[in-house]
Ligand binder design. Structure first.
Ligand code: NDP
Length: 453
């Protein structure tokens, strides 16, 4: 590690102890930014990097709620308002038992650069709670969402902070959150995105992250004169991002052969076609069941339960061309990355946020894999959230084709920004550096323009 990176990391670790995911996200960005800071001493003098590392505001609050049996529970809610130099804070809410301050800070930090890459005027934020929606009734989820919004509503607004979904927060939760927000504020505004279609939502928002990750993979493939046609793909997760990744892979002539949840994964050599995907959507979005049922329903499918003691994930050890990690952070470690490379995978497009460890990323870069980091590859979700905000402001709804066309255009533009920034700073083909540099410069210049605030 260079002296520059060392000194920043020492400071970050001392100021933010016990937040390993935040340290990891910062290290990846700071390593890419060293040449930018060297070439632009005015950023260093203005301490732009140090300022970007510190959230503008952190909100942490109690969420008490009652279950169906009348028992009281207390969860912890958060909103990290990281940076608003280029627009209102924007980023999802995650409901998962592992949620803590460090995880949300890593997500909010990444979101700042991602949102800048979309070309839309959105700052970065993230929030959530250590609440587990699994196994809860609809009424319990509703009561939790209402309790969460009882505090959050005073910190957000269409021009201040616009939350959306993430792990554990889908259409059902956004509905409950929006209902309570509207009741408390007595206003109907576009404060949350991912809304239902008949109350201010945008067409293509549910599809956007998965579709975007596949569009990004196609852009990377096009640099080698190839397309998705005929490509075999490994997909992890089976939630929102994974489902629409599979749908787009199928539409573009590829074949997805895996899906997972936190209990295990399925391998279907024949491919997860449209009909099987409809089964997954009903299983996961309506019945809220486990992916294991897929292997019980379809022949010639294997299900492998997750082994928490294993040091690699067998999902990443199948012969394929492309990988779309779409579950959670750090799901591809160094060993998994090595297995992927050995099995012939040469395109990795991250649907999830930071699903690859730094060791894994270095293995991909050393092997010249077309590696699209989450900041760039999964920006389609927030991009269409931005388009939902525009439609809400205009009081209009665009057609499916129009939103999809804009999403596709944004993904092409993000790809171009990454390629150009990487070339300009002497690391052609390195999308990690390209995304970090492209996103950083836009935010840094806005911060320079706006003075020391
Ligand atoms: P969902 O809640 O819809 O699905 C998450 C999926 O990942 C589920 O299959 C879940 O399995 C699995 N999963 C979650 N946590 C773990 C874990 N610790 N270990 C193994 N599997 C796990 O979430 P999304 O699809 O919305 O989000 C997936 C990823 O994509 C996240 O990293 C998110 O931050 C990122 N992302 C999402 C965007 C969006 O628009 N939704 C936008 C950009 C990024 P189980 O049901 O067993 O928990």
């Amino acid at each position: 590690m260079s002296e520059f990176v060392d000194s920043i990391m020492e400071h970050v670790k001392a100021k933010n102890p016990a937040q390993p995911e935040f340290h990891q996200a910062v290290l990846e960005v700071v390593e890419s930014l060293e040449p930018v800071i060297q070439r632009n001493p005015h950023y260093r003098k203005a301490k732009i990097l140090e300022r970007i590392l510190e959230p503008e505001r952190v909100i942490m609050f109690r969420v008490p709620w009652m279950d169906d049996k009348g028992e009281i529970h207390v969860n912890r809610g958060f909103r990290i308002e990281m940076n608003s130099a280029i627009g209102p804070y924007k980023g999802g809410l995650r409901f998962h038992p592992t949620v803590n301050l460090g995880i949300l800070k890593f997500l909010a930090f990444e979101q700042v650069f991602k949102n800048a890459l979309t070309t839309l005027p959105m700052g970065g934020g993230k929030g959530g709670a250590d609440f587990d929606p699994k196994g809860k009734s609809d009424n319990e989820v509703m009561r939790f969402c209402q309790g969460f919004m009882n505090e959050l509503f005073r910190h957000i607004g269409p021009k201040t902070d616009v939350p959306a979904g993430d792990i554990g927060v889908g259409g059902r939760e956004i509905g409950f959150l929006f209902g309570q927000y509207r009741k408390l504020t007595n206003e109907f505004t576009g404060t949350l995105t991912g809304k239902g279609l008949n109350w201010g939502g945008s067409l293509i928002r549910p599809e956007a992250t998965g579709y975007g990750a596949v569009y990004f993979a196609e852009e990377m493939l096009s640099t080698r004169g190839e397309t998705m046609e005929g490509k075999t793909c490994l997909v992890s997760g089976s939630g929102n991002v994974a489902q629409y990744t599979v749908e787009k892979v199928n539409q573009l002539g590829g074949k997805a052969i895996t899906l997972s949840d936190s209990s295990g994964y399925i391998f279907d050599d024949e491919g997860i076609d449209e009909k099987k995907l409809a089964f997954v959507m009903e299983l996961k979005n309506v019945r809220r069941g486990r992916i294991k049922e897929y292997a019980e329903k379809y022949k010639n499918v294997t299900y492998t339960p997750r082994d928490p003691k294993a040091n690699d994930n067998p999902l990443w050890d199948h012969k394929a061309d492309c990988a779309f990690p779409s579950a959670t952070q750090n799901e591809i470690n160094g060993q998994d990355a090595q297995n992927l490379v050995k099995k012939g995978v040469y395109v990795v497009s991250e649907g999830a946020n930071m699903p690859t460890t730094i060791e894994g990323i270095n293995i991909f870069l050393d092997n010249k894999i077309l590696f699209g980091p989450g900041k760039a590859a999964n920006a389609g979700g927030v991009a269409v959230s931005g388009l939902e905000m525009s439609q809400n402001s205009l009081g209009l709804g665009w057609s499916r084709e129009e939103v999809d066309e804009r999403l596709h255009g944004i993904m092409r533009s993000i790809h171009k920004t990454c390629v150009q920034a990487a070339e300009e700073y002497g690391v052609p083909g390195n999308y990690v550096s390209g995304a970090n540099i492209g996103g950083f410069i836009k935010v840094a210049d806005a911060m320079m323009d706006q003075g020391l605030i």
